[in-house]
Design a binder for this molecule. Structure first.
Ligand SMILES: [Zn+2]
Length: 422
């Protein structure tokens, strides 16, 4: 390997027509210290790009000086900002009397950012860091990164040929320029990744979105899992005739959980002698009763040794509504855990005397949607996938400090989750 090849290799430059000159300098440009690497670009052109004549001898094309000092941003060398000062060979064609400049694959024509740096921007966009940080690190402007995201979002593969056969619908708060307040997300349950994101969850907009797929395509959808939002149920029934609608377990449980919690909060008024205990032990009340410990430990609130079971027993017996609501909640969550739909149905349709108003409302919600709840006992859907994607979106939003442009936001969600290549 020649010295030149060796340096090109180190710089990750794959154009053998570049010759590094032996004077690497350091220079301050706009208050930033750069390593300057000087090189020339030259070769024997095969033909003239202006008239197409084949270059056979110096009677056809000759070298005609250089276009000097093209400054090209290249990736950092040993963590120091670097510029390639490239002198490009100029050629003269004797046939058409035009001149032309040598070209290289390390940088696109009329650009001053090397393709290696461009590639690096893409790679960095795929990791969880802010665009400002990327710009600073790669020594390019924030608007450069912005343009890159424009480019990516204009050719993203967000539009798919067909819909997933099993999907989950969910919403999240996105950017300020989102049409509705909430954006809509479709997760492919089988692949476990985000299928698409739409900038509105309004029925009218979603209908338009889904109608881009033919009826035949839509009829292939077997399962749609959602929360209790009635708009989704209506839409799923209208557009996906062959699909089973499932209310996912997470959303079923969270309803009862919130109802029990609010029933407890209502008892937390200052004059209640159990005020402090009800506030302190809230976690034990919503915990599955089968997971409560029997081990007695000294407790400051009770001034004696008590177990978790003792504490919960004491608290629920202090109020008859809390007790009934608690028992109802425990029955519900355990029937879900045991996948026992009959038990769940019995609790919902059995007369629940004395439960709180909040829990009553939840029971009514369950009754109205019992068909879709039953499906969640029948079909196994991985709710973890959905939670994971929500966390990813939260994380990106935190890094980006609130995206202004929805398209950029989506492009990055897809880049980071590996859905598209930059
Ligand atoms: Zn020519």
């Amino acid at each position: 390997m020649s010295n030149n090849d060796y340096i090109l290799n180190l710089l990750n430059i794959k154009d053998p027509n570049i010759y590094i000159l032996n004077n690497i300098q350091e220079k301050i440009i706009k208050n930033k210290k750069y390593k300057l690497i000087e090189a020339i670009l030259t070769y024997n052109p095969s033909h003239c790009p202006c008239c197409g004549v084949i270059n056979e001898s110096t009677a056809d094309i000759i070298k005609w000086g250089f276009r000097k000092n093209c400054k090209i941003k290249i990736p950092k060398i040993s963590n120091q900002l670097s510029l390639l000062i490239l002198h490009k060979q100029r050629f003269f064609c004797k046939h058409c009397e035009n001149t032309f400049i040598a070209e290289t694959n390390i940088v696109d024509r009329n650009k001053n950012i090397s393709n290696n740096t461009e590639l690096q921007i893409n790679l960095e966009l795929m990791t969880k860091q802010s665009e400002k940080d990327i710009a600073k690190r790669l020594d390019v402007s924030v608007s450069k990164i912005d343009r890159k995201l424009n480019e990516i979002s204009s050719h993203t593969v967000l539009r798919h040929e067909c819909l997933p056969t099993s999907m989950n619908w969910d919403e999240f708060k996105a950017t300020n320029d989102t049409k509705g307040k909430m954006a809509f997300m479709i997760v492919d349950n089988k692949k476990g990744n985000i299928f698409d994101i739409n900038d509105s969850r309004k029925s009218r907009d979603l209908e338009k979105y889904f109608r881009r797929y033919s009826k035949k395509q839509r009829d292939k959808v077997k399962l749609i899992s959602i929360d209790f939002y009635s708009g989704y149920i209506y839409l799923a029934k209208k557009l996906f005739k062959k699909a089973n609608i499932v209310i996912d377990r997470f959303h079923i449980v969270i309803q009862a959980y919130n109802a029990l919690n609010m029933t407890r909060v209502k008892l937390c008024y200052k004059s209640n002698p159990n005020y402090n205990k009800l506030k302190t032990f809230w976690k034990l009340i919503v915990k599955n009763e089968n997971d409560l410990s029997d081990i007695k430990k000294y407790d400051n609130h009770f001034k004696k040794e008590v177990s978790q079971k003792d504490i919960v027993n004491y608290l629920i017996n202090s109020d008859s509504t809390l007790k009934s609501t608690y028992e109802c909640y425990q029955g519900l969550i355990n029937s879900i855990k045991d996948k026992d739909f009959n038990k769940f149905k019995n609790i919902v349709f059995h007369k629940n005397n004395n439960i709180s108003d909040k829990m009553n409302k939840v029971i009514k919600l369950y009754k109205d949607n019992i068909k879709y709840i039953e499906n969640s006992f029948k079909y196994d859907i991985n709710n973890g996938v959905i939670e994971g994607k929500n966390n990813l979106i939260k994380c990106i939003k935190r890094i980006a400090f609130g995206y202004r442009k929805y398209d950029h936001f989506v492009a990055r969600v897809f880049l980071i989750s590996g859905m598209i290549k930059g």
